[in-house]
Ligand binder design. Structure first.
Ligand code: NIG
Ligand code: FE
Length: 408
């Protein structure tokens, strides 16, 4: 068993879970001893420590590795032509209704081989690590047939074994109604419930079941059926909710006891209250609002005032948010949702870990937690969202080992 010591750390920032949401613990003059993938001890810098390997952090800043609790990384084609159409005045919904959007991605995904998509996903994973993200939630949802949804989840599972980014899989067969079911949506819902969910669960290919509950996609009643069915097979519910219109998605998330409801730009006061009562986590995706060129960001302050636990993620996908860079999302969250750096730290580490049921292992730099950190070239926490649009990451450490190092 090898012991690794991270020394010469400038400062560590991690959520102060006893202090409450947004409170940050700052540690200085410490070194971190890692043993068997975990933080064994955090000791004063002055202490003599025996170790097999010593890593100099050069006086830089350590944060818990970022946790991105909502991503769609398994896709084939990019969709820059739709981006240009949006600049020219078409809306995301108009493009989708005309057969673009998710259905555009689905057609191309189905024609591509598993190996082709896997190679592209592998590159995207590397970019996450480069930006300091050490764990993501990864959704299927561009296959929308049994075979292609399995292909998507198999890619996640196989890449989990071969590389360093940890991915927690979510089945999102209810991302859209595919072309061939447009005039018989009930048959697609039956396919989801009678075939896809049982097959996914039997092979343990997903931990969560998600639905795009939205006007023009899946109704509240349809979403409820799909999520209840997933629950019967042990899949924990999640929802894309109240993104484009107030639609009752937040209320449904409380009713089905989802772990999270995501997006929530158009959430009602009732939805906020019901989510708070049922401890459903709000996963906010302000990069999507930004990239869709909209003004109405999710009401983060109101949610926090009402006691909701808020996480923030990229929503990385080829249509509505194309960045893997959570540091950029820090800046958008600060400016557009008026969240403070301490709150955003929570939202992208420990609350994000809660949104994927991993809070006992990741999301905090504390003794006994998995040794996932990001070493950033920032003098303090406020500087991270302030100097925006660049990558501050110098090293990314997963399970105690360096998995990305910036070129000198
Ligand atoms: O979270 N809302 C649904 N899914 C994605 C968009 C996917 C796409 O456009 O390809 C989202 O924004
Ligand atoms: Fe999404």
């Amino acid at each position: 068993m090898s012991k690794i010591v991270y020394y010469n750390i400038g400062r560590v920032y991690t959520a102060d879970v006893d202090g409450g949401y947004g409170r940050v613990r700052e540690l200085t003059d410490v070194q971190i001893i890692v043993d068997d993938e975990k933080i064994e001890k955090i000791v004063p810098d002055s202490q003599e420590v025996e170790a097999d390997q010593r890593i100099n952090c050069r006086g830089l800043t350590l944060l818990p590795g970022f946790v991105d609790a909502h991503t769609h990384p398994v896709f084939y084609n990019s969709r820059e032509e739709e981006f240009i159409m949006r600049i020219q005045g078409k809306t995301y919904e108009e493009i989708a209704a005309a057969g673009g959007g998710i259905r555009n991605s689905v057609r191309k995904f189905r024609r591509a081989t598993k190996e082709e998509i896997k190679a592209l996903t592998r590159q995207r994973i590397h970019t996450f690590l480069e930006y300091g993200t050490t764990t993501i939630e990864a959704k299927s949802g561009y296959g929308l047939s049994t075979e292609d949804e399995l292909k998507s989840l198999e890619i996640i599972s196989e890449l989990n074994d071969e590389q360093n980014l940890e991915m927690v899989p979510t089945f999102l067969g209810a991302h859209e109604i595919p072309d061939e079911y447009q005039s018989r949506r009930e048959d697609y819902i039956r396919l989801l419930c009678d075939e896809m969910i049982p097959r996914v669960a039997e092979r343990k290919l997903a931990r969560f079941c998600d639905v795009f509950c939205e006007k023009g996609v899946f109704t509240v009643d349809e979403s409820r059926r799909i999520l209840e069915c997933g629950k019967q097979y042990g899949l924990i519910p999640k929802l894309h909710a109240d993104e484009l219109y107030p639609f009752g998605g937040a209320e449904l998330s409380a009713e089905v006891k989802a772990i999270s409801a995501d997006h929530l730009l158009e959430i009602s006061d009732e939805g906020i209250a019901r989510m708070a009562e049922n401890r459903v986590i709000a996963v906010l995706l302000p990069g999507t609002t930004f990239f869709l060129g909209k003004d109405g960001y999710a009401p983060a302050r109101k949610m926090l005032d009402n006691g909701l636990d808020v996480a923030i993620a990229t929503d990385f996908n080829p249509g509505s948010s194309t960045t893997q860079n959570l540091q950029l999302i820090w800046t958008i969250s600060a400016l557009k949702m008026k969240m403070l750096p301490g709150e955003i730290l929570w939202a992208t580490t420990c609350s994000a870990a809660r949104a994927i049921r991993m809070e006992n292992r990741i999301g905090r730099i504390e003794e006994g937690m998995q040794a996932d950190f990001v070493v950033l070239d920032i003098p303090n926490l406020d500087y991270l969202p302030y100097h925006y649009g660049i990558n501050h990451t110098v090293m990314t450490i997963k399970k105690g080992h360096i998995v990305y190092r910036k070129a000198e």
